[in-house]
Design a binder for this molecule. Structure first.
Ligand code: GZL
Length: 307
């Protein structure tokens, strides 16, 4: 891959109202809905005329949505790139149009586009750390002598799916009790997670640990396990990431062991970072979101704030 010439992200002039683009990936998931709501609520307080689009799960449509926002003359773009490679054209077109882009929650292929060059910054969680923390919790809390793991992967080609996989897989191998016998995408979706779990359960009836890259797939897996007469939380450990209300309830009900938070509430952070950029402040390449961990010890304390 040729490294594109080092450039600067376009500047953002200081003004009291901005035309802001937010190109969402899909809305079939409480996490996505919470993220969009966070941007819409922030528009009121941050002086944004917000244009929000929904790519309904299609990377190609997300690129087209960005094209249309550029044509509508947005001043700044907030983009959660559904997949790392297909969304590169959207980042390049925004830069070419003189529109500063902030990547939120997911990132793009770093061999082709970088913060401080093609876009201003990546605002988001450390997905490798999230995967590591789930694996550490499993090692700490699984008391069997053989852990047969099925892994439900997020959207193929997305940065959270790649990093949550490497973070977990590279950590769980530290304990010889564990073996990952299958790993397949459920596209971060509840129903696909259920369907994939049903199939993997046929092939691996001895599974006793399910690692889902997000809570929606974990909830789907719990449905599949119960339909097959298994007892999630008793004869199979279910672990995941996000911190949705349904996941916290599943933890309270004893069906799920842990979920590492991946906060969707990007609105206020987006406002703060954009204002700093407009004021000429230096923005780090990665504005890291810190995530908590939810287990039986604290799920009930946090369910009221969950989405
Ligand atoms: C993580 C985000 C993921 C969530 C899923 O920041 O990209 O996408 O974990 C969501 O629930 O669909």
């Amino acid at each position: 891959t040729t490294m594109s010439a080092i450039a600067e992200p376009p500047p953002l002039e200081k003004k009291d109202r901005y035309k802001v683009g937010f190109a969402q990936t899909e809305s079939n998931n409480p996490w996505r809905i919470a993220q969009t709501k966070s941007f819409e609520e922030t528009a009121e307080t941050c002086g944004w005329d917000l244009i929000a689009t929904d790519a309904t799960g299609s990377a190609a449509k997300q690129v087209a949505d960005v094209d249309s926002m550029i044509a509508q003359g947005i001043d700044v773009l907030f983009l959660p790139p559904r997949e790392e490679k297909p969304l590169i054209p959207a980042v390049m077109k925004a830069q070419a149009a003189g529109i500063p882009t902030f990547l939120v929650d997911r990132s793009v292929d770093q061999n082709v586009a970088q913060a401080g060059n093609h876009y201003v910054s990546f605002l988001g969680s450390d997905f490798i750390d999230q995967g590591q923390r789930v694996a550490e919790w499993v090692i700490e809390n699984f008391d069997g002598d053989k852990g047969i793991i099925v892994e439900l992967e997020g959207t193929t080609g997305s940065s959270p799916a790649r990093d949550r996989k490497s973070g977990f897989d590279d950590t769980i191998v530290k304990d010889a009790r564990f073996e990952i016998v299958a790993s397949q995408t459920g596209d971060f979706a509840r129903d696909m997670g259920r369907q994939v779990m049903e199939t993997l359960l046929q092939a691996h009836p001895d599974v006793n640990i399910v690692y889902a890259h997000n809570d929606e797939m974990a909830i789907g897996a719990i449905q599949a396990l119960e339909l097959a007469g298994r007892k999630p939380g008793e004869d199979v450990m279910v672990v995941s990431i996000d911190g949705t209300r349904d996941a916290l309830q599943a933890i309270i009900d004893g069906k799920m062991g842990v979920t590492v938070e991946s906060s969707p509430f990007f609105g206020p952070l987006a406002c703060e970072v954009m204002q700093k950029y407009a004021a000429g402040e230096e923005i780090p390449a990665w504005v890291k979101v810190e995530d908590r961990i939810f287990t039986a010890e604290n799920a009930a304390d946090h369910i009221d704030e969950a989405y």
